[in-house]
Design a protein around this ligand. Structure first.
Ligand code: PEP
Ligand code: MN
Length: 285
């Protein structure tokens, strides 16, 4: 969103992109069922954790190589674009065969070596905001990828730490809007991690669409109560379909079409950027 001279809302030129899937890839049946539901909704972008960054070392860490094989097989069966988190630069080569968009998680937004490495590739980078990052730091993290030569950035607000403990995080929609106004990048929102609770995901997703932001990253699962990670914030299929029905009405009203990819400037003479890096006009102390 940009504001015009009178400070009024100006629609972003990006479509509204939805990426949905499990927190973690668990088995063939799970991803097969999920992808069928996405196809029914004309969504071609599926998310799914292969390498997980878990707070507790005893928690499920992701299937790793086994998940890569599962996605490879699914891609042979049906057309699919896949989004997954890269937690270490050494994973890039292996993930490259299945991943269409590299996700950088909240715990790695400050991992500048990882960002620089992702700058060497041409695949889009979905850069989550660190839960402790100011908007300005988030935009500067994106600059690390751009300076490597890759301007395909997608910013993703996923909730920040505040004094509130009732929700898993505090979903900072105004920060997401600020990032959208101060940069040329599409800005998505992840209400699953942003709230931590399935019942709050749907209303927050509606708020994201109504605010003119550029898309949603959502966790869905055929049986959330059995999920190996983040089941409590995952929508089941009927909740997801109900959400999509309402979401389409909101997007229709604000005049933003649903799409399956963002558009980027081709020319590197005028790269997508935050502008003058040293001088991003944000309130900070
Ligand atoms: C995720 O998307 O599954 C994830 C771990 O997200 P975040 O880095 O925002 O916690
Ligand atoms: Mn998760």
């Amino acid at each position: 969103m940009k504001t015009n001279n009178s400070g009024f809302f100006q629609q972003s030129h990006q479509p509204f992109v939805i990426i949905a899937g499990p927190c973690s890839i668990e088995n063939e049946k799970q991803i097969d069922q999920i992808q069928k539901v996405l196809l029914e909704e004309n969504i071609s972008l599926m998310r799914g954790g292969i390498y997980k960054m878990r707070t507790c070392p005893d928690s499920f860490q992701g299937l790793g190589k086994e998940a890569i094989d599962l996605i490879q097989n699914l891609k042979k069966k049906r057309s699919l674009k896949f989004v997954s988190e890269v937690t270490d630069p050494r994973q890039i080569e292996t993930l490259f065969s299945v991943v269409d968009i590299f996700q950088v998680g909240t715990r790695n937004m400050f991992n500048y070596e990882l960002l620089k490495e992702l700058g060497k590739y041409s695949k889009p980078v979905l850069l989550k905001r660190a839960f402790s990052a100011r908007v300005k730091e988030w935009l500067l993290a994106a600059e690390y990828v751009i300076q490597g030569g890759n301007n395909k950035i997608i910013l993703c607000e996923r909730g920040i730490r505040t004094f509130e403990t009732g929700t898993r995080n505090t979903l900072d929609l105004s920060g997401a809007l600020l990032a959208q106004r101060e940069s040329t990048f599409p800005v998505m929102v992840d209400p699953s991690h942003g709230t931590g609770e399935a019942s709050l995901v749907m209303p927050m997703a509606f708020a994201v669409a109504a605010a003119g932001l550029d898309g949603l990253l959502l966790e869905i699962h055929p049986e959330p109560y059995k999920a190996l990670s983040d089941g409590s914030q995952s929508l089941n299929f009927s909740q997801f379909k109900q959400m999509m029905k309402q979401l389409k009405k909101i997007l229709y009203v604000i005049g933003k079409p649903i799409g399956n990819e963002f558009t980027y400037e081709d020319s590197f003479n005028e790269p997508a950027t935050t502008g003058n890096k040293a001088d991003i006009q944000l309130h900070s102390s």
